[in-house]
Design a protein around this ligand. Structure first.
Ligand code: MSP
Length: 513
């Protein structure tokens, strides 16, 4: 039986058009989802939009639109982005859906039943753009404006009746959980941040607002709207048909294996979410992975700096595989990383065009010219041929471990090194010199290099699915051959079939384009 694996992206505020940060969270999650599938897991990959709250209500008002109509339009943009980014999400959840409404109501009722909710008055700072409460020591004044020290967003003073969640009561349990589940929060630097914050002591959390109406009303007191983060976090359960905890989806996929999020929303996922779940008496997710920020030319992307790199523009110009590869190769997943057009070009040229692309093209045209366009077979592999082939096979457990720890950069480094080695092997083995004097030796080299191309393509498939599929299809392999198991098998090629035509995989980019 295959193992189940549940992975999620944050659900996005449909308050503006999707940008590189959104694309990044989604592409990263998609790569893990794809890898787990080719490893043989039964994967559920969820993404969607976070549509309630004051921020969305205000944006809709600015546009003079009913919030639901506003969300319908913008949510569609995010849904179409999943296609453009070539995501393999199985579901797309919207928090304005009925299934979500039911799940949030159940969570609220569970928290009420457990005695974790009480009514009081909130007075303090609130940032609408972060939808977050801040303590006084988290606020500073810049140019006469109060902003959050953490996010830099403007804050406003709020005083209103509010329901509170007894977050303070869960401090000890949370610390115990972090301690006994050392990899619940990754990377480790983020875990340490969270632990430090929780150790300082937790205040009860305001979980309802009364000053606007766009959201899910508190059961039995519709004057109050449920805090948008309690609402949004519950999406991970709504997609499993919660509150029906006996249905197959819930039973197969909860607790989630990993929530992929950006570091700015770590507090919500690593503190509030597990506390809500503990109080609701539900199992906790196995991991929260907080990735860093994408910076543009070392600076945070912003409209005023004019340094926003639009994912759609890059995709239209260079291709989606190119963008996917670049983002995860050049940006270290746990840290902030700068991207620029200059680096993007270098990365496409060096890694994709000159290395992997060139390897495939060279080998295929050699086979076409010298072997009737069929991958040859030879029983007489030499030690260095076998070493090359076995090196990838031996590294499979290590590669799986890297992915399971979301160590995507080390994974790519290793796979790219296979590709460099394969190129070097092809040059050093000089198959052309054996054509006349020892055709079997030529065949052995071509068989070995074809094995490498196949295996590298499978390993790169989660990252650059379109190009690797073209390569594998050209070798007469099909969808079901794209699996880690195929790497372990001996000679999977049909030596009687001709290679299919392979167009240029990655066009080199020169300075003018
Ligand atoms: N709606 C909340 C998430 C709720 S999840 C239950 C939210 N939405 S968001 O649209 O503002 O951001 C979604 C994700 O995009 C976050 O993980 C955030 O970190 C990520 N990014 C937004 N800008 C980013 C960069 N410049 N770089 C990398 N990711 C950043 O927060």
């Amino acid at each position: 039986m295959s193992k189940n694996f549940y992975i999620t992206t944050p659900i996005y505020y449909p308050s503006g058009k999707p940008h590189m940060g959104h694309a990044y969270s989604s592409i990263v999650a998609d790569i893990f989802a794809r890898f787990k599938r080719i490893e043989g897991s039964n994967v559920l990959f969820l993404t969607g939009t976070d549509e309630h709250g004051q921020k969305i209500q205000k944006e809709a008002q600015k546009k003079n639109k009913d919030p639901k109509i506003f969300c319908d339009e913008l949510s569609e943009k995010f849904r179409s982005l999943t296609k453009i980014l070539n995501l393999t999400n199985n579901d797309f959840i919207r928090t304005t859906e009925d299934r979500h409404f039911k799940a949030v109501n159940e969570i609220w009722n569970r928290l009420t039943k457990s005695g974790d909710i009480y009514l009081d008055k909130y007075s303090g700072w609130y940032s609408v753009s972060d939808e977050a409460y801040y303590d006084t020591d988290e606020i500073e004044e810049v140019n006469g404006k109060k902003i959050s020290k953490i996010s830099g967003s403007p804050v406003e003073w709020v005083e209103e009746e509010s329901y509170f969640f007894k977050l303070s009561a869960w401090q000890k349990k949370l610390l115990e959980y972090y301690n006994s589940n050392k990899e619940f929060i990754l990377p480790v630097s983020r875990k340490n941040e969270v632990i430090k914050f929780v150790e300082k002591g937790l205040k009860d959390l305001s979980i309802s607002r009364t000053s606007f109406s766009w959201g899910i009303p508190v059961p039995n007191n519709s004057k109050h709207i449920i805090y948008v983060w309690l609402d949004a976090l519950t999406n991970y359960l709504s997609a499993l048909n919660f509150p029906d905890i006996n249905n197959d989806k819930y039973k197969s996929f909860w607790p989630a294996d990993v929530h992929i999020i950006g570091k700015d929303i770590l507090r919500f996922h690593a503190i509030y979410w597990p506390a809500f779940l503990l109080a609701a008496n539900l199992p906790l997710p196995k991991r929260v992975f907080g990735h860093g920020w994408i910076l543009s030319d070392e600076k945070k992307m912003s409209k005023s700096l004019g340094n926003i790199l639009d994912p759609l523009e890059i995709i239209n110009k260079y291709g989606i595989d190119q963008l996917r590869y670049y983002l995860v190769k050049e940006v270290s997943l746990g840290n902030d990383g700068s991207i620029s057009m200059e680096n993007l070009k270098n990365c496409i040229n060096n890694d994709l065009a000159n290395n992997y692309g060139n390897l495939c093209q060279r080998v295929f045209s050699f086979i076409k010219k010298n072997c009737n366009n069929k991958i040859p077979f030879s029983k007489n592999l030499m030690k260095n041929d076998l070493n090359l082939i076995n090196n990838i096979k031996k590294k499979i457990p290590e590669l799986i471990k890297l992915i399971d720890k979301q160590n995507l950069n080390e994974y790519i480094k290793l796979v790219v090194s296979f590709s460099f080695e394969a190129n070097k092997y092809f040059n050093d083995s000089e198959p052309w010199s054996f054509k006349k004097k020892d055709p079997d030796r030529m065949n052995a080299v071509l068989f070995t290099i074809s094995e490498q191309i196949k295996n590298i393509s499978i390993l790169l498939n989660p990252i650059i699915p379109i190009s690797t599929k073209k390569v594998l299809e050209a070798m007469n392999l099909n969808e079901k051959d794209i699996s880690i198991d195929t790497i372990k098998k001996e000679n999977v090629f049909d030596n009687t079939k001709e290679l299919k035509m392979l167009d240029i995989l990655f066009r080199k980019i020169d300075d003018d384009n």
